[in-house]
Ligand binder design. Structure first.
Ligand SMILES: Nc1nc2c(ncn2[C@@H]2O[C@H](COP(=O)(O)OP(=O)(O)OP(=O)(O)O)[C@@H](O)[C@H]2O)c(=O)[nH]1
Ligand SMILES: [Mg+2]
Length: 426
């Protein structure tokens, strides 16, 4: 799919819009817009200005107030803005109405994040996932400003509106493409599941690095394992998971995975699309939640990451909080506050290596209770237990005899209680 933000002759000029709602507490709107600006620059655009409206409640038709919209539109016209980007997700109707007022392309935060992901995707699965999320977001919002779809690429051509009948045809084409991608993704995922089953037979426990985008996850993987994952001061440098072997000070082997970064208001479609890729996180025995403590919004970022973890079903995993970039913070008080709130934490600098030995020791301690094998005896009629065992554990051997099935399996320690009555030796 072609990028939504044009990158031909000159940088696309964008204007950012945010609202300050009385009912919405938490982060300051200026911080939110600063992040939106970073996202826009990451996507290859140039920010020409921004506007904020304080509101009691949102306008159903135009999101911000009509008068304010007209005022911003005037500014955009004077400054030759090509695109207006709203920090919140707009309804299709709001997008259309705003487009009439601004007379230029209207994007929302979701579309922008999807655009960046589209530019970064490398693997076939990643590309398909993102195109699917993009098309699903776009379908109800197709307007003449999106122009018509080019037949060869199935991508979105820019501008050059051709009326309602063309729009209808385009919608049909988008729907066809969505159906096609869903079929392709199915095939790719089946293949991945087979590969994963192969890897699962490995008896090594798995730790996953998670965290807000730009927190230093890839840098940490590189420092610990000598991997050479791209680590850059841009948002969403990493999309596809990389797994490396890690030898702990306890002489134990483990696998360590670096994953895609999370962000506030991560589009739901994207979380859905990435569920398969994030399986590494869901299956992990331990999460390393990396936090950039030099970032003024560190607390909010932690909450945003926890929200996504809960959404993918990894909210209750054993977790070490990894407070990163301590080489950049002078104010000790800030870390003290974080440590008070999150006692199970380690402070490091992934860049200088400070604190990393301590982190490794901590990983060793947390993974140690993972015994290689448990033996279980489960009556055949308890099929739900057997299904659950295959879901959360790694079954290494099974034997059926008489009324029971016997398993040798590796089960993450936090699931042991569930199977306690079936364990015959450990
Ligand atoms: N000063 C300092 N910079 C760091 C540290 N760790 C990472 N960085 C920098 O932070 C930026 C982001 O690092 P990455 O490792 O790419 O972050 P990430 O979490 O993988 O980011 P995404 O993949 O984009 O989500 C890079 O410029 C790193 O050099 C650290 O401990 N100290
Ligand atoms: Mg990364």
């Amino acid at each position: 799919m072609k990028s939504l933000v044009e990158k031909n002759k000159r940088l696309e000029r964008v204007f950012l819009v945010g609202v300050e709602l009385k009912s919405r507490d938490g982060a300051d709107i200026h911080d939110l817009l600063a992040e939106l600006g970073e996202l826009a620059t990451t996507a290859g655009a140039e920010v020409v200005g921004q506007g904020i409206q304080k509101m009691e409640s949102l306008n159903a038709a135009t999101f911000i107030g009509k008068g304010k919209a007209a005022e911003f539109a005037e500014f955009c016209k004077r400054h030759n803005a090509d695109t207006v980007i709203f920090d919140d997700e707009l309804s299709p109707a709001q997008s259309r109405n705003l487009e009439k007022i601004f007379n230029c392309k209207i994007l929302d935060r979701t579309a922008l994040i999807l655009d960046i992901f589209a530019q970064r995707a490398r693997t076939r699965e990643g590309k398909l996932q993102i195109e699917l999320a993009q098309l699903q977001h776009l379908l109800p919002r197709l307007t003449r400003f999106w122009g018509h779809l080019s037949r060869q690429s199935g991508g979105i051509g820019m501008r050059g509106g051709e009326g309602e009948s063309q729009l209808e045809a385009d919608r049909r084409k988008v729907q066809e493409r969505i159906d096609r991608i869903e079929r392709d993704l199915d095939a790719v995922r089946r293949q991945r599941a087979t590969q994963r089953a192969g890897r699962q037979r490995s008896q090594w426990p798995l730790a996953s690095i998670v965290g807000y985008t730009n927190a230093g996850k890839s840098t940490l993987l590189n420092t610990i394992t000598g991997a050479e994952v791209l680590a850059k001061d841009i948002l969403f440098a990493t999309l596809d998971p990389t797994t490396r072997r890690l030898r702990l000070p306890t002489n134990q082997n483990a696998l360590l995975t670096d994953t895609v970064g999370f962000i506030r208001k991560l589009p739901h479609g994207l979380v859905e699309a990435f569920k398969a890729t994030l399986e590494e996180v869901v299956q992990a025995d331990l999460l390393l939640h990396v936090v950039d403590v030099s970032h003024p919004q560190a607390f909010e970022q932690i909450d945003a990451v926890n929200a996504v973890l809960a959404e993918i079903g990894a909210g209750d995993k054993p977790t070490i909080m990894v407070f990163n970039k301590i080489d950049r913070v002078g104010v000790a008080g800030y870390i003290a506050r974080l440590k008070e709130k999150y006692p199970n934490s380690v402070e490091i600098s992934a860049k200088t290596g400070e604190g990393v030995p301590h982190l490794l020791a901590e990983i060793g301690t947390q993974l140690k209770p993972t015994r290689e094998f448990l033996e279980l005896r489960v009556p055949h009629e308890r099929s739900a237990v057997i299904a659950r065992l295959h879901k959360v554990g790694q079954v290494l051997e099974r034997r059926y005899s008489g009324k029971t099935a016997r398993f040798k399996a590796r089960i993450p320690p936090h699931h042991h209680d569930e199977f306690a009555e079936f364990i015959i030796n450990q």
